[in-house]
Design a protein around this ligand. Sequence first.
Ligand SMILES: Cc1cc2nc3c(=O)[nH]c(=O)nc-3n(C[C@H](O)[C@H](O)[C@H](O)COP(=O)(O)OP(=O)(O)OC[C@H]3O[C@@H](n4cnc5c(N)ncnc54)[C@H](O)[C@@H]3O)c2cc1C
Length: 491
Amino acid sequence: MSITEQSAYDLVVVGTGAAGSAAALEAAQKGLKVLLLEKGRSTGGSSNYTEGLFAIDSYLQKEQGIKVSGTEVLKEEVEYSKYKADSRIWRKYIDTSAETVKWLEDQGVEYEGVQAMGDGEATWHIYKGMGDAVIHKALQPKSESLGVEVHTSTSAIEIKQDSNHAVSGIVIRNEATDEEQVVDTQAIVLATGGYLNNPEMMKNLTQYDTSRLVPVSSGKGTGDGLNMGWNIGAKHYGTGMAMLFGGYLRDPNEPPFKFIASQMNTAAGQQPLLWVNETGERFVDESVVYNFSYAGNAMYTQNKVYSILDQGVLDKMAADGNFMGLGVYVKRGQKMDKMQAEIDQAVADNKAFIFKADTITELAEKMNLPVETLTNTVKTYNSYAENGTDQDFGKDSEYLVPVNQGPYYAFELQTGAFCTMGGLQVNTKNEVLDDAGQKIDGLYAAGNDASGLAGDTYGPNMPGTCVGYAFYSGRNSSDNAAEYIKSTVKI
Ligand SMILES: Cc1cc2nc3c(=O)[nH]c(=O)nc-3n(C[C@H](O)[C@H](O)[C@H](O)COP(=O)(O)OP(=O)(O)OC[C@H]3O[C@@H](n4cnc5c(N)ncnc54)[C@H](O)[C@@H]3O)c2cc1C
C-alpha cells in the first residue's frame, strides 16, 4: 500500500508552517500537482502561534497613514546583521511585502491592523485568530480545494537526485506505520522550520547551552530540511542564530507554552525593572527589553538571572498597566489584573522559579545569593530611583522604580527562544546553493530553513519579518519552481 495517492508530483513541499502552506497554495494556483507533507499529527508548525507579518507600503498601512521607507528598513536590517544578511534578498522581500499582505487577504485572511513593537516601526500586520487561523481557515482549505494532497504524520527523510544532480524524488515515511515510499518529483521546497528542537544541532551549531533556553515553539523544528539539503551537497551556511526573546519562567511540570500569555511571566521576564545575576549584582540597563532579542543576549552573558519586584511595582502594574508587553499575548500597557493571583498561586505551589520574603535579607537567603551584595544592589538602585539617574548603566528614569515595599519577590529567569533561522544558503529565487555557489536544480528552501535575513541576532524592531519572510519565501520558491519545471519540458 502506498502512502500517497499518486506516485509522482510536480512539487513536494516539506512542512506545513507559513512557508510550506504558502508554497503549496501558490504552486497549486500556478497549476502544479502538489504533495504537502507534515511530520506532526497536526499542521501549521510554530507558525500557528504567530501574531502578524512584516510589510512595507501595504494597503493597511496606507489606510492607517503609516509611511515607512523600504530602503531605510533594508539599510537598518543589513546593518543590524553586521552585513551578514543578504541585501538582495531583503530588497525583493520588502518590495513584494505589500502584495503578500494583499494575497493573504485574498485567500481569506483577516487583519486587526498594523502596529509597532518597542520603539520600532509600524510594520507588524496583526492577523485575526493568529497564524492558526491563517493556515487553517485560509491557506490550507484553499490548497485542498485546488487539489493539494496533504499528509500529516508523514516525514520527508531523503532527497533523490538524477545523474545530473537535479532533484528527482523524495523518500517519505508514515510515522504511524513506519512505511516508507519514494515519490517522484522534479522540485522540492524545504520548509521544515529550523533546528531549535534538535539539542545535538543546537550544541554543535550554536553557542547556546540549551539547558538555559526555554524553546517556546511547536517542538518539531529538528533540522530535517537542513540535513536533507546538506546530505546532497547544499552548503552549510548561516547557522548559529536563535531568535531569543528575553526572560521566561521555567516550570519542569508544565509545557513551556503555559506561560506565553501569563501576566506573571510578563511581569517577571519582560519588564525594564531590577535584574540581578547569580552574585546579586546588576549587570545591564534592563530597559534593553525594548528589543527582546537583545534582552536575550544580555541575559545570556550571566550564569543566572533574577528579576526582583516589590509589592509597590506589582500594585502599580495592576492599576496602571505594565511597562512592556509580550507581543500580542500580553499587550504593552495592559493592566495586570490577573498577575497577583498567578503569583500567589505559584508561591502557594512552591514553584522553584519564585521566591517571596518580607525583607531583602530574607529574600537573598531564600535565593541562596550573597546577602550583603543583594542588599547593597537594592540600596544603590533605590538611590538611583530617588535621584532619577542610573549612574551604572544610564537607564531612563521612567523605569527606575524603587524596590522598597515588601513583600519582595524574585523570579529566576531563563531565556526564551522562538526558533532558529538559517542553515541553507539561497539566492533571490530561494534556490538552494551548493558549496560552489551553484544552485541545486529543483531544490528550494523557505522560511526558517533559509539563510539571508539575519546575522547572529533577530531584529524585532521591524516586527513580523520572520513569518513575513516565511510567507514570501514559500511563494517565491513555488513561483520559481514552476518556471524551472516549465524549462525542463522537452519539446
Ligand atoms: C510563539 C511564537 C510567536 C511568534 N510570533 C511571530 C510573529 O508574530 N511574527 C514573526 O515574524 N515571527 C513570529 N514567530 C517566528 C515564526 O514562528 C517563524 O518565523 C515561522 O513560523 C517560520 O515558519 P516556517 O514555515 O519556516 O516553520 P514552522 O511554522 O515551524 O513549520 C515547519 C513545519 O515543518 C514540519 N516538519 C519538520 N520536519 C519535517 C519533515 N521531515 N517532514 C515533514 N514535515 C516536517 C514541522 O512539523 C512544522 O509543522 C513566532 C514564533 C513563536 C514560536
